[in-house]
Ligand binder design. Structure first.
Ligand SMILES: Nc1ncnc2c1ncn2[C@@H]1O[C@H](COP(=O)(O)OP(=O)(O)OP(=O)(O)O)[C@@H](O)[C@H]1O
Ligand SMILES: C[C@H](N)[C@H](N)CCCCCC(=O)O
Ligand SMILES: [Mg+2]
Length: 242
C-alpha cells in the first residue's frame, strides 16, 4: 500500500495520519486496525503519536492507554519509555497545550517532527494517531493539523457516530481540503446507539468526497475496553475495506 504524499510530487512511505471528529471517537481503535492491515504487506509497522495527555498506573507502570494499545499491535519494538513513538507524555487527561503549560513543559514542534522522521526511517509503514480533533493546539504557533501537513501522510478521518457528527465531519473535511491535504477515506465508528444510524452514514457518504473505508459496529464491552487488546483492533480491522 503506497499512497501519494500530501507533499505534491513526492511519494510517501505507506501509512496514514488518523484524525477524528473529536477526542474519544475511536482513533486509537482505527489506528490499530490500520496497523493490522499494513502488517499484511509490510514487515516493520510502527505507530506514532506526537503527544499524549493522560497516564495511568497499568501493571505497576505509568503508561498511556493509546501507546499501550498501539504497542500491542505494531511490529516496531519501541524503547522501554516509549519516547521514540511519543516524545511528549503528559500526566493529565486534558488539552495538551494547557497541561504542558501548567507543567512548565514546552511542546517543541521540531522534537515531534524529528521523532517522527526517526521512526519513519526505521519502519516500512507508519500510522500516526492525531491528538483529539484535527486542529488541537500544541502551543500558540502549531497545531495537530500542521503536523498532519508537515509529515505528508494521507489522512483517515474517524467519524464517531453520534448526534452532531455530521457537522463535525464536514468541518473537518473542509479544514483538510483548505490545507490541500489528501483525505484517503473515512471510517464510521459506532461508538454507541444512534437514532437513524444508517441514514446518518448515508448522509456522510453523500457529503464526504472520499471513500467510506468501513463501518465499525458498536463493540461489546469485552472488545471496547481500553487499553485495547490486539483482538479488538483485529476485529475492527475485519470491518475495514482496504
Ligand atoms: N466501535 C466501538 N464500540 C464501542 N465502543 C467504542 C468503539 N470505538 C470506540 N469506543 C469507545 O470509545 C472510547 C474512545 O475510544 P478511543 O480511545 O479509541 O478514542 P480516541 O479518538 O483515540 O480518543 P483520544 O482522543 O483520547 O485519543 C473508548 O472508551 C472505547 O471503548
Ligand atoms: C486527553 C484526551 N484524551 C486527548 N488525548 C486530548 C484531547 C484534547 C482536546 C482539546 C480540544 O479540542 O478542546
Ligand atoms: Mg486515542
Amino acid at each position: 500500500m503506497v499512497f501519494k504524499s500530501n507533499n505534491p510530487g513526492e511519494l510517501s512511505k505507506a501509512g496514514f495520519f488518523v484524525t477524528g471528529t473529536d477526542t474519544e471517537v475511536g482513533k486509537t481503535l482505527i489506528s490499530g486496525a490500520l496497523i493490522t492491515h499494513l502488517k499484511k504487506q509490510h514487515a516493520m509497522v510502527a505507530a506514532f503519536k506526537p503527544v499524549v495527555a493522560g497516564m495511568d498506573l497499568i501493571a505497576g507502570k505509568m503508561c498511556n492507554e493509546d501507546i499501550l494499545a498501539l504497542s500491542r499491535v505494531m511490529t516496531y519494538k519501541a524503547r522501554e519509555d516509549n519516547l521514540d513513538i511519543c516524545p511528549y507524555q503528559l500526566a493529565t487527561p486534558a488539552a495538551p497545550h494547557l497541561v504542558a503549560k501548567a507543567s512548565g513543559i514546552h511542546l517543541d514542534y521540531s522534537v515531534m517532527l524529528n521523532a517522527f522522521n526517526a521512526i519513519r526511517d526505521k519502519s516500512d509503514a507508519i500510522v500516526v494517531e492525531g491528538v483529539g480533533g484535527f486542529k488541537v493546539p500544541f502551543h500558540d504557533d502549531k497545531t495537530s493539523a500542521d503536523f498532519a501537513q508537515d509529515i505528508g501522510l494521507p489522512i483517515v478521518l474517524v467519524v464517531g457516530m453520534r448526534l452532531g457528527c455530521i457537522n463535525h465531519a464536514l468541518l473537518t473535511v473542509e479544514a483538510i481540503q483548505a490545507r490541500g491535504l489528501r483525505l484517503a477515506g473515512w471510517v464510521a465508528n459506532t461508538v454507541g446507539p444512534m437514532t437513524l444510524l444508517q441514514e446518518n452514514i448515508a448522509t456522510l457518504e453523500h457529503l464526504i468526497p472520499a471513500p467510506l473505508m468501513g463501518v465499525i459496529p458498536e463493540l461489546s464491552k469485552e472488545f471496547a475496553q481500553v487499553p485495547y487488546n490486539i483482538s479488538a483492533m483485529e476485529k475492527a480491522a475485519s470491518y475495514l475495506k482496504i
